[in-house]
Write a protein that binds this ligand. Structure first.
Ligand code: DX5
Ligand code: ZN
Length: 221
């Protein structure tokens, strides 16, 4: 498997044809499926839950499903997503009363675990849980909506995070989420990210009417 991974955010997919959309981006070369879960409480938007994750598995999706929980509290849904076929589960530390326990729940369920940092959330949450992490996700927008602009301060935070992960000696992925496009992905990679979420950049290609648009964008990313 190659080092860099592209993770299309299905938040920008056509939900009426979700299985087909996921099949198409995977066929075009995407590596993992980014699955945004919003609860109208932790973030001001409402999306999809474990039933939809299960439906994608039943549809035949075998690629890793990267569940990004923007919900509070997290523990009940962690269990539900483990049962629904999630591969990776990440949550925001502010949304769990017991971050260490929630991370352990994810790994005990056989999934990879990660913490998500909002633009203003300090990285200090990492200090005592590094051994329980498979992924760190830095938000490069405020969570809740697709199609927002990349916050440039994320680049310095990525460099700082990359240094911490390298110093830890653990094998931990560094994912970035929000406003990643063809024209900024190189600088995001240079700052240390290895896994790139892209929602509108990939799924907007659909509206161009070009049947190979996904292939073109994913190849360029
Ligand atoms: C935002 C979500 C993102 C979003 C990214 O809260 O976590 O995954 O879908 O969308 P784009 O790539 O359009 O910024
Ligand atoms: Zn996300």
């Amino acid at each position: 498997s190659r080092f860099f991974r592209i993770a299309p955010s299905i938040l920008s997919a056509d939900f009426a044809r979700l299985g087909e959309e996921v099949d198409n981006v995977l066929a075009a070369g995407a590596d993992i499926v980014h699955f945004d879960v919003m609860d109208n409480h932790y973030v001001p938007n409402l999306t999809i839950g474990p039933m939809v994750c299960k439906a994608l598995r039943d549809h035949g999706v075998t690629a890793p499903i990267d569940v990004h929980l923007m919900v509070k509290p997290v523990d009940q849904l962690i269990g539900d997503f483990i049962d629904a076929g999630a591969s990776i589960i990440t949550f925001h530390p502010e949304a769990s009363e017991h971050v260490d326990r929630s991370l352990q729940l994810i790994r005990d369920g056989g999934c990879q675990a990660g913490l998500v940092f909002n633009p203003a959330t300090p990285l200090s949450y990492l200090d005592y849980v590094m051994d329980k992490l498979d992924m760190v996700l830095l938000m490069s927008v405020n969570p809740g909506f697709g199609g927002q602009a990349f916050i440039p301060q994320t680049l310095a935070k990525l460099r700082e995070t990359r240094a911490k992960l390298d110093a830890s000696g653990y094998d931990i992925r560094l994912e970035v989420d929000g406003g990643v496009k063809v024209d900024n992905i190189a600088e995001v990679a240079a700052a240390g990210a290895d896994t790139f979420v892209a929602g509108s950049a990939i799924f907007k290609a659909r509206r161009t009417g070009d049947p190979h648009a996904y292939d073109t964008v994913i190849r360029e990313l």
